[in-house]
Design a protein around this ligand. Structure first.
Ligand SMILES: Cc1cc2nc3c(=O)[nH]c(=O)nc-3n(C[C@H](O)[C@H](O)[C@H](O)COP(=O)(O)OP(=O)(O)OC[C@H]3O[C@@H](n4cnc5c(N)ncnc54)[C@H](O)[C@@H]3O)c2cc1C
Length: 267
């Protein structure tokens, strides 16, 4: 049976800041006190990217961090199509209609070692988790992968200062050369590690496979295409295996995610 449509807030947010922080990647600060109070790491907002009717469909975005006292929240987004191009054109003082928070949040595992494995703008929900748990930063290690230095924001401005950070780029133009997944084994603590990941589908599939080899729990924040965000369009279905029979079923990322047990997903 499909879960019920969730309760959510609708708020008209005011743009306080919207600037590029890397090639085609923007940071947007929105004044949205009700959403800032309600949202958690990996939950998402469905944003009307323009003040007019085009594009008609909202676009989903996670939250990087929120200041519940000041009432703002930050997003980071990659400009890839019409909606994100419209978002990048927003100026200070413009407003955007938002519903949220939707989906389930990342829980911080109790493990002694929590590896946060991020690819590209998948950095966002993992950063929020770290901001939300300043007392557990010494248990976490943040592995950040980007294609090139040009596509890598200044991570020191986006993460808590005490969070251990290791950067890789595919071409070696910043940090260590290679794929972020190649760094997992050296930071894993046998029998005490949980992996949390967000990024491109292939990267998360590889993280799940490495976690399986390490016999470690692994949770992924999926970023599937979705139109509605609350179970009406069923566009975001992903295949998963039931335990222990391994029957194949479908789950909706918007209602039963975006955070899922990565070992159950048919990657
Ligand atoms: C739960 C969730 C959280 C997300 N958080 C973020 C975030 O924090 N930052 C961020 O930059 N993006 C995030 N995304 C992805 C973001 O929603 C899309 O990039 C955005 O909707 C693209 O809108 P557009 O109108 O610019 O592109 P469109 O014009 O809709 O598409 C442009 C091209 O990109 C492809 N595309 C669009 N969306 C996706 C997708 N989700 N997966 C694969 N291909 C896609 C299209 O097929 C098309 O080829 C998230 C997605 C989900 C589901």
């Amino acid at each position: 049976m499909m879960p019920a449509i969730p309760n959510f807030i609708r708020e008209v947010a005011v743009v306080q800041h919207n600037e590029p922080i890397a090639q085609d990647i923007y940071l947007m600060r929105l004044y949205a006190p009700r959403l800032a109070t309600a949202c958690g790491p990996a939950q998402f907002l469905q944003i009307l990217t323009d003040s007019g009717l085009s594009p008609f469909l909202r676009r989903p975005f996670s939250v990087l961090r929120a200041d519940r006292t000041a009432g703002w929240l930050d997003l980071i987004y990659d400009v890839i199509g019409t909606g994100t191009a419209r978002l990048s054109a927003a100026r200070c003082g413009d407003s955007r209609d938002i519903i949220g928070p939707l989906g389930n949040p990342f829980d911080l595992p109790k493990s002694k070692r929590v590896l946060l494995v991020a690819g590209g703008v998948g950095l966002v929900p993992l950063a929020f988790l770290a901001w939300e748990h300043p007392d557990r930063l010494s248990d976490m290690i943040y592995l950040m992968g980007a294609a090139t230095a040009a596509r890598l924001p200044d991570m020191s401005a986006l993460l808590p200062p005490d969070l251990p950070l290791y950067i890789t780029t595919d071409d070696g133009s910043a940090g260590q050369r290679g794929l972020v997944t190649e760094r997992i084994a050296e930071h894993a603590m046998p029998n005490h590690t949980t992996l949390l990941t967000c990024g491109p589908h292939r990267m998360m599939a590889r993280v799940a496979a490495i976690a399986a080899e390490l016999n470690a729990p692994c949770f992924a924040a999926l970023e599937n295409h979705m139109a509605c965000g609350f179970g009406a369009c069923v566009g975001c279905a992903v295949e998963y295996k039931t335990y222990p029979t391994e029957d194949r079923r479908y789950r909706y990322v918007c209602l039963e995610g975006p955070v899922v047990n990565a070992h159950e997903i048919v990657w």
